[in-house]
Write a protein that binds this ligand. Sequence first.
Ligand code: ADP
Length: 367
Amino acid sequence: MATTAVRVALRVRPLNSKEQAANYQECITFATDEPQIFLGSDRAFTFDNVFKPDSTQQDVYNKTVVPLVDRFIEGNNVTILAYGQTGSGKTYSMGTGIDIDQEDGQGVVQRFAHQLFDALEKSNTKSGNGGANEDSFQVYVSFLELYHEDLNDLLEPHRDTAESHPSIREALDGSIYWAGVREERVYNAQELLGLLQQGATFRATGSTDVNAASSRSHAVFSVLLKQQLAEDNNSNEINNNNAPSIDKLPIMKRIASKFHFVDLAGSERLKRTMGDRQKEGISINTGLLALGNVISALGDEARKGSHVPYRDSKLTRLLQDSLGGNSHTLMLACVSPADADYMKTLNTLKYAGRARNIQNRVEINHD
Ligand code: ADP
């Protein structure tokens, strides 16, 4: 069985006041007893989770992210990808925007920061260490923006010489590492969120138009966790000789894991077949296209062991070691319920449906 697990959650935001004033109608309805939605009268889509317009940030977090934080602490890489058209709720849901203090505004990253440090401090106390300073764990953050194929460091905004720009490098063993990326150590949730806010503010103010920045670029907020853990001797078969456990020296192991929060460029940038791309002056986003292909290749049983096209874009290259393998991936697909957005919503549902085929290829027909 493939170890890759991609879950896909769909979040439908409420109609906003502009849409209500324009008398737009909702074109999405919900199944009562399963995570299924209907678009218009004839299309059905099933996901791992479906969140209705009245779902809270807490609901979304509890049902999709809480278990992933446990996997992360156990040493697995996790990636959450927020996908959808501009204005569908990606930044709101992820919490990677600048206005996080609004009512119920705390998104995924804010809740994650508190859950992570609570859990680490609890286990640190249990294992007899005094506190975070004892170094049984270390948490670092980085925050990158990928605009076209250029990587910018949102924690190091004033560094703009070509040599010091972040880049993606390949080690001799074929593994990927990020060079020239600022990784800042943080000791608590507040510090982590302070850096998030700092990078998000730079992202917004560094552009002439906030919406243009978030619709065209991908934002990748990453948390690196390094831990030093005592291995459980009782589970070690070599030592399983009934000797008193006091005689056994604790075996320390180091583990490192990464959690990426990716607020993707607006999915309207993926239009390929619709004639209005040129009319709207929208250029295709190679990252979104490549990401769809990578996720699809990872899940395609028939092509298992064959080529996964990570090299086709910087986005997939950047996330290469956190997509597939033992990593956990959550795609949070966000859509507007308005009938005026029907085609954009349909495209998002198709893209998300394709991602979900990793786990379950026998699904309803999405076409
Ligand atoms: P995107 O990042 O997809 O471009 P945003 O997250 O910026 O979209 O959302 C657009 C607007 O809609 C914002 O003003 C945001 O506060 C609001 N919004 C999005 N999702 C929700 C939701 N589930 N509930 C309430 N407001 C929302």
